[in-house]
Design a protein around this ligand. Structure first.
Ligand code: SF4
Length: 683
């Protein structure tokens, strides 16, 4: 029997048809009826069937390395969390979760922490991915709302991709874009990226911008729009702050962009002269210590021209993970409440408290990821639960984070595999179901809710994450966690969103509370005539108190570049995913780029005496990595690139986040993972 499910990797959220075979495996193909991919799959999605073997899986709970029963493990977790709360207060416990979680898992964890334990110390690895987009949306729109849909990329006359290697990181969306351009060759595509990536191959113009100069560029665009009379006067009653945004934008410096004046002028006029323009952005914008400002510099240009909420136009943040959006919807970030409600708003807290019948609501935002692990390091967190993520590899300053986790009084890790760098540090390991065995929902980058369905039985004693969270909550004496299946959690989440909708929030899927969960087909939110075909803001009504959008004044600033150091750019490769726990199981995927590497400009290589395939030693104040040299003029001099996927404790393992400093954007708390100051030499 073939099961309709959803890919567990990137935020495109492709539909997958999975058919179990007689050997316990799966064959997969793209779901032709799924709106996100219409039958397409990229190489990672197509290899999913090669990654479902149960060899090496964590099959039973473990306490201090020894196998244990679920009852013993859950009792211990509940006892230690309850003791920490009793002895040190609710903020002495924390959860660190993941955009890999299904919405139902996320909902359960968020409810336990924010409504019952009484602390908002639950953050997610989405903090490393798109927190600056969330902050920028909230600052401009009054809500964390992605205005557009994927089809807007196909309908646009100009698609600008900035800080996004869409061809490798969101391949099926890139395929859709390329197909649209093939059908309509007049469509123009501009890629703004310091690096010449695979995405540039399909573009009309590549602007190899100076690293981190995006806010300068979009501030220059705002000035150009004003100076050439392209501000949409009819939309301005819906927008506040043009004057202050423009005044700040006047400080932008064309020279800071590093672009030739003719290329810069061509881009500014192309954008200004094109009504149907979509600006796609991703981690290249977000992963910066000025990420929120960069997001707002982009949003300002769309607001100033009213190019938002209509077919073929708008700013578009593409998320990295399969359920980063679902996590935002349930309030998985430490500064959010459930259903896009505000933790700082007493009315919102009261509404959620009443709905949950919560005994102890969190009253203020909790610790964001980098600060959360600093609190672990300082001994302020006495009990920590990490679910489906590998922060000992992926957090900035990863060595320090690994040491902090190792020294924590009590660490629980929910995982499918027992040998990740983080799982090895756990006092209690809880065996979790993985893709192919899990049942729930995810939301992709265009607000499309899809079902992930189980096609295989759970191996050994592996259980869903929502179940483990609910079991601990019940053992801690809390009511409201009596679910026996994910459909009940989804119905509760949908019903709570109706409360949020009544408070004027954007996220309201209450019409799905009574839906047939088993048969649930992919569905966009919002639905209904008030919105234009699932888009937001076309009517000019925003989620601020006065209904007007806010243009933020952005003072553009380049990243600090210490003398004598290079600024290392980091990112994904085409065929691997995160720390490779799943994609690493496919030999086919390993053939693309088989080992950690450093992409280095020929001028830098010559100066350092490094040849192709040499081993380079890359050092930062935080750590060291030994990487294979790949010489290429695709990167700028002084700005090498290294991929993030490899793990392991030695420097030769190539763990890139060990080099990244824990410097964050002051608004979003997102780390500046795209600009690690390093020295490079021969190993
Ligand atoms: Fe999966 Fe993303 Fe590839 Fe689609 S584009 S198959 S969601 S990795």
């Amino acid at each position: 029997m073939t099961i309709r499910t959803t890919c567990p990797y990137c935020g495109v959220g492709c539909g997958v048809l999975a058919t179990p075979d007689e050997q316990g495996g799966l064959t997969v193909r793209g779901d032709p009826d799924h709106p996100a991919n219409r039958g397409r799959l990229c190489v990672k999605g197509a290899a999913l069937g090669e990654t479902v073997a149960t060899q090496g899986r964590l099959l039973t709970p473990r306490i201090d390395g020894a196998e244990a029963s679920w009852d013993r493990a859950l009792d211990l977790v509940a006892d230690r969390f309850a003791a920490a709360v009793r002895d040190h207060g609710p903020d002495s416990v924390a959860m660190y979760v993941s955009g890999q979680l299904l919405t139902e898992d996320y909902y359960a964890a968020n409810k336990l922490m924010k409504g019952f334990i009484g602390s908002a110390n639950i953050d997610t690895n989405s903090r490393l991915c798109m927190a600056s987009s969330v902050a920028g949306h909230r600052r401009a729109f009054g809500s964390d709302t992605v205005p557009g849909l994927y089809e807007d990329l196909e309908l646009a006359d100009l698609v600008v991709l900035t800080g996004s290697n869409l061809a490798w990181c969101h391949p099926v969306l890139h395929q859709r874009l390329m197909a649209a351009k093939a059908a309509r060759p007049d469509m123009r595509i501009v890629v703004i990226d310091p690096r010449r990536t695979a995405t540039c191959e399909g573009a009309d113009l590549h602007l190899a911008i100076a690293p981190g100069a995006d806010a300068h560029l979009f501030n220059l665009l705002l000035c150009h729009l004003f100076d050439t009379g392209r501000i949409d006067a009819g939309f301005m009653p819906h927008v506040a702050g043009l004057d202050v945004a423009l005044s700040a934008a006047r400080r932008a410096d064309p020279a800071a962009t590093g672009l030739e004046p003719c290329d810069l002028s061509a881009f500014l006029e192309m954008w200004a002269a094109t009504d149907r323009v979509v600006t796609v952005y991703s981690q290249g914008i977000n992963q910066s210590d000025t990420g929120t400002d960069k997001v707002n510099a982009i949003l300002n240009c769309h607001l100033a021209t009213g190019r938002i909420g209509h077919p073929g136009m708008g700013p578009f943040s593409v998320t990295g993970q399969p359920n980063a959006m679902g996590g935002r919807e349930v309030g998985g970030l430490s500064n959010m409440l459930a259903c896009h409600l505000e933790l700082e708003n007493p009315d919102h807290r009261d509404a959620v408290r009443a709905f949950w019948n919560a005994p102890r609501m969190a009253e203020r935002p909790g610790l964001k990821a980098v600060d959360l692990f600093r609190a672990v390091e300082e001994g302020r967190i006495k009990a920590l639960w990490i679910i489906h993520t590998n922060p000992a590899v992926t957090m900035p300053d990863a060595d320090r984070v690994a040491r902090a986790i190792a020294a924590c009084d009590f660490t629980v890790v929910s995982e499918a595999w027992p040998d990740t760098d983080t799982a090895r540090l756990a006092h209690v390991l809880l065996p979790a179901t993985a893709w192919g065995e899990k049942d729930g929902t995810v939301t992709n980058s265009e607000r499309l809710i899809s079902r992930q369905r189980a096609a295989l039985p759970a191996p050994g004693q592996a259980r869903p994450d929502w179940w483990a969270v609910a079991q601990v909550a019940r053992r801690m004496g809390f009511r409201g966690f009596g679910w026996t299946e994910p459909a009940q959690i989804f119905a509760e989440h949908a019903a709570l969103s109706g409360v949020a909708g009544a408070l004027g929030g954007d996220f309201d899927i209450s019409d799905l509370a009574g839906a047939d969960y088993e048969a649930l087909a992919p569905v966009h939110w919002p639905q209904g005539p008030a919105q234009r075909a699932g888009r937001f803001f076309g009517t000019g009504r925003f989620h601020t108190p006065d209904g007007r959008a806010r243009m933020a004044p952005v003072m553009a600033r380049l990243p600090d570049h210490p003398v004598g150091r290079m600024l290392l750019n980091t990112g994904r490769t085409r065929d691997q995913w995160h720390t490779m726990t799943r994609t690493g199981l496919s030999p086919r995927l390993a053939r693309h780029l088989a080992e950690p590497y450093l992409q280095l400009h020929p001028d830098d290589a010559g100066r350092l005496g490094l040849a192709a395939a040499d081993l380079a030693q890359v050092d930062s104040p935080q750590g060291r990595a030994i990487l294979r040299v790949m010489i290429s003029d695709a990167v700028r001099p002084g700005h090498p690139f290294a991929p993030i996927h490899w793990s392991g404790q030695s420097a030769s393992a190539g763990r890139i986040d060990a080099l990244v400093a824990g410097q964050v954007d002051p608004v979003s708390g997102q780390p500046a993972s795209k600009a690690a100051a390093v020295t490079v030499g021969r190993f």
